[in-house]
Every structure is written in structure tokens, then in C-alpha cells.
Design a protein around this ligand. Sequence first.
Ligand SMILES: Nc1nc2c(ncn2[C@@H]2O[C@H](COP(=O)(O)OP(=O)(O)OP(=O)(O)O)[C@@H](O)[C@H]2O)c(=O)[nH]1
Ligand SMILES: [Mg+2]
Length: 475
Amino acid sequence: MVRRPVVIVGTRTPLESSEAGSQSGDVRQGLRCGGRVIDRLVRAQDTDPWAIPRAPSDGEAVVLVHQRRVGTVDDTLFDELTGLALAAGAQVLARLHARRHRPEPGGFLGKGKTLELAGLVESHCATLVIVDQRLSPIQERNMERVIRCRVIDRTRLILDIFALRARSREGQLQVELAQLRYLSTRLVRGWSHLERQRGGIGLRGPGETQLETDRRLLGNRIARLKKQLERVRAHRSLVRRGREKLPLVSMVGYTNAGKSSLFNGLTAANVLVADQLFATLDPTIRKTELAGIGTVLLSDTVGFIQGLPTTLIEAFRGTLEEVRLSNLLLHVVDMSDPQHLEHSHQVEETLEEIGAGAIPRIVVLNKIDQVDMVASVRRFGTGEVRSVAVSAATGEGMTGLQGVIAERLRGVRVLKRLRLPPTSYRLRAQVYSLARVESERIDEDGHCVLDIEIGAASEGRLAAQKEFDVAYWAD
Ligand SMILES: Nc1nc2c(ncn2[C@@H]2O[C@H](COP(=O)(O)OP(=O)(O)OP(=O)(O)O)[C@@H](O)[C@H]2O)c(=O)[nH]1
Ligand SMILES: [Mg+2]
């Protein structure tokens, strides 16, 4: 018998378990859904008599929903959400798209589409619906009531993936903070336990509502987390001060663009590379040698995505600080991604948002082995590097990229403040020979405070002087 997958509306990941495995899956699914599973199997065979009825082998069974105002609707719309759902460990069973001028304030989808969704949930025994757009708490709750299934939006899904991936203490605290902040916007009236709580002696009269209690508890937890984060960050900034003398180059880009692959290629490191959204969450920093520059720090960090929740950006301030303090950014673009232009804009917007908009950057066009491109360095009319085409997979163009990084670092100049002890005459003379001094003054302790503009390579040379101490860099 020819093996054909179950007919499922718009499914991209046909259920992949073996025939034998699928039967046990059916039983499991049957237990979970009661009589509905029989209905589903019968229906599947109605539409395709050759179909082998199979149920999801593992992962939460989800239906994806995308609603847009205008434009054509096709299945590529779901690519990113599918990637996110898979990254969260879901099993995508069906997808529903809708077009509506404005989301229904009460229920997000229109009536007809909500019923269609309820049908899909029922027929696929789904346990979760993921909506690609942001939902208000009311919309979420109303949808859940009609569909009789848990509903989450894109923001909550991204938060969930981050929670799964966070390994470092700082990462975990940041995710928890973002989740609590998200939750605090979801505390709405309308739950059955909202009556006034009964007060005891001295607490009679109008007590606190459950909602108020929840808010207060959340507020306390958020405040505690913030304090813990401050402590972890204080430690990180100490570490950072220690390496301030070396130029810092950070990889930035859309998630899955190949940042970690390039990072490994440039530093001979072995950080996780995976065809998965948000494979990297915690930043990694490695030293690498560049001809004509010397030692440089390279940092690999979390990728960006369209609609990155603001709560996450705020909570990840610490991680993103690395990006903000960089001397140079490598903006990695996945050339095999049909939406790479749109995604590059998103990255640029996020860089602005985190205060890294003015940092010099090189656009690295990656994955050229997947498209019709050859390794090359493109320049503006002024001779300045515009982009470098490479493939982290084949290694094509990597030497060129190293050359360009060195070239840009030589040209990158940063504004810094130095506070030298009263007797550092030789060091002060070095500063004048290596940097452009904007201003100089003597402070109340007799220290010499210099505001300078200095190139990254010269900065390294100055910091390498015997009498130099990193504590001389003033904030
Ligand atoms: N064909 C091809 N695949 C590549 C190339 N560079 C990276 N990849 C693949 O793209 C996928 C994502 O690579 P990563 O290096 O993990 O991407 P990332 O930007 O670090 O992703 P996140 O950490 O999830 O944001 C992996 O499957 C890589 O093997 C390349 O030049 N060519
Ligand atoms: Mg990565």
C-alpha cells in the first residue's frame, strides 16, 4: 500500500512516525481526546481513502493562526511561525489564515473564522492554538471560551522559547522578568475568584481583591528579580572593564542567519549551530587574532526577530549591552531567505531601539552557497566597505571577511574619557601621539581628565603600555 500522509489542512510537517509507532500514537491520542479521535480518523479517511490515519507522536498538538489586513495569503506566511512553534517543541497539525480589515476587538477573528478554527482544533485534537499577531487578554480569553482550547500569541511563544533556551543565570533571570512583565499586563478582571477576600481581625471591611493581591505579588517578584539582575550585572560589568582595552566586534542579525556558524569560523570556537530559531540566547565572547590589528574580541549573541517583544528587549538589556558597547557590528544576513530584505530592516530597527544604531557595521551576506552568488567584497564609491559575501558553511570568503574587519577596525574611532594619575607624564604623551585629544582638564584630585577620539587599534596599543591600567578609562 502506498504510504500517504493524513490529509490535514495546510500541514507542512506531515506526521512522521512509523506506521507501527503511529498506531500507538493513535491510542495515546485517543485517550487524550476521547471519542473525538474516531471522528477525526473517519473524517481523514473520508477525504482520502488511502490515507493512513496517524496521530502526532510527540510534542504539543497545535493549530497556527495568521490574520492579516491586506495582501495575498499563502503558505509562506506561516514559515516563521512554524519555525517558532517547532523551536518550542510543538507539533504543527493545521494552519488557518484569515483576512480582516481590523481584528475583532472581542475575539480577534470574525465569527465564521472562529468556528472554522474550533472545527480544526476539534478534528485535529489540538491542545493549543498559536496566533501570529498580538492578542489582547480579552481576545485571548474569548477565543479560548469558544474554541475550548488554550490560545497564546506570538509574544508568549517567543517568551516560551527563550525560557527553554536560557542557560546562564543572567539569561534565566532576564527571561523570568520578561515573562512576569508580560503576565502583569494580562491580569484582567473577570475571573470567578475576584470577590473581595474575607478579612480577619483588623482586616475587616473592604479587603484586597484577588486581582490586587496578584498584582502586588507579581510586583514584589519583579522587584526581587530586578535586584538579583543588578547584582549579576554588576559582576558582568567588572568582567567587562577587564577586557575593555581590546576592540569588541559583535555579530548581530536575524535569528538563524548563521551568526554562530560565522563566529565559529572566525574564532575556531564550537558554539551551538542549529537550524532552529533562537538556538543562541546567552552571549559568548572569544578572542581572535587579526592581521595588522592583533587580538580582537568577537561576540556571538541572541538573534533578532520581527515583533521581538518589548518586554524581552527591556529584560535583555544586559545581554544587548555587549552589542551597544561594540566597536564594530557584523550584520549577518541570510541570503537564502526570501525575506532577507525585510528582516534586515527589522534588525536595523532593533539596533536603533537598543541604542546601537550609530555603531559602524559591515553587512555580511551569508549562505551564498545556497544562492547564485560568489564570495566578494562590495564597496561604496568612497571606497568604504558596504558588504561582504561569504559562506560560513563552505568557508568561501572568510579570509576576505577577516581582512575587511581589520580594515574597518583600523578606521573605527571612538570617543572615550581617560582619567590619568597626576604623575603619568609618559602615558599622557602617548595619548597625544595615538589619539586626537578633544579636551583636557585637571580634576579636584589632581588627576588629568582627557576626552579623546581614538582608533580601535591605537586603543589596543595604548592599553598595552606597561604603566596603563584599565581603571584609567572613566565611564
Ligand atoms: N547552506 C548554508 N547553511 C548555513 C550557512 N551558515 C549557517 N548555515 C546553517 O544555518 C542554520 C543556522 O545557523 P546558526 O549559525 O545556528 O545561526 P544563528 O544566526 O546563530 O541562529 P540563532 O542563534 O538561532 O539566532 C544552521 O543549520 C547552519 O548550519 C551557510 O553559509 N550556508
Ligand atoms: Mg546562534
